[in-house]
Design a protein around this ligand. Structure first.
Ligand code: PRP
Length: 217
């Protein structure tokens, strides 16, 4: 297969991928094989449109796009900020809206206020570091976790967490609060820097169609 002929998409597994496929369908880009949830296949091809799609772990999407293994990626802005890859961020897709926040028990508010040296657990150590060191000028100890970060303060691993808040129900069910808001987030379309030039026409058309579809929704 000459992959240069194809436009290759990397999608982060899960909710964002589903929403992305719904959006692509609105502009006539479909991939039937991908809808089979039981399939263990990793790459899906639409021969007619000369498009390929693959699903990967969210944090790997910018990596595939930076190295040109995918021309285009769809990923949360949180991942873009955390991974800091050399890619073009070209479109806010509007869905996947949430907030990056410092969260913890109410009692931790005081520690933040007095710039105490606290322990911060997060799946996003770079975002946490940037926020505390560069924006708040507060020295903290950052502990990297890979999920269920809300456990951190509950089992006294950390004083607070830096994590995504969408509906707020995970925090509520665990007696935690948003203590500070770092930034709003949404799903973004990213493009490989070389593909942007080499496949300019196809990518340009795709972006124009997506913008039109987003404006209508
Ligand atoms: C994310 C995030 C929070 C939760 C927030 O976790 O890390 O835990 O969703 O959503 P809410 O405000 O709507 O409750 P995810 O579901 O990705 O699982 P993980 O904790 O295992 O990473």
């Amino acid at each position: 297969m000459n992959t240069d002929q194809y436009l290759t998409f990397a999608l982060g597994k899960g909710r964002l991928a589903d929403k992305t496929l719904q959006l692509l369908e609105k502009i006539g880009v479909t991939c039937e094989e991908m809808k089979d949830k039981d399939s263990r296949k990793l790459i899906f091809v639409n021969e007619e449109l000369k498009m390929r799609f693959f699903l990967s772990k969210g944090p790997d999407v910018p990596t595939y796009v930076e190295y040109g293994a995918a021309d285009i990626g769809v990923v949360g802005e949180d991942t873009i900020l955390e991974e800091n890859r050399r890619v073009y961020e070209v479109l806010d897709l509007g869905f996947g809206r949430c907030r990056m926040c410092v969260c913890g028990p109410e009692s931790a508010r005081e520690l933040l206020l007095h710039h105490e040296r606290i322990r911060v657990a997060s799946k996003y150590p770079n975002i946490a570091k940037d926020y505390f060191y560069n924006r708040k000028h507060q020295t903290v100890d950052i502990i990297k976790l890979n999920g269920s970060v809300e456990l951190g303060p509950l089992v006294e691993l950390s004083d607070v967490i830096v994590d995504i808040v969408e509906t707020g129900s995970t925090l509520k069910e665990n007696g935690l609060q948003v203590l500070e808001e770092i930034c709003p987030l949404s799903a973004r379309l990213i493009v490989n820097q070389v593909s942007m030039q080499m496949k300019q026409e196809r990518i340009g058309r795709l972006l124009a169609d997506l913008r039109t579809a987003l404006a209508r929704s």
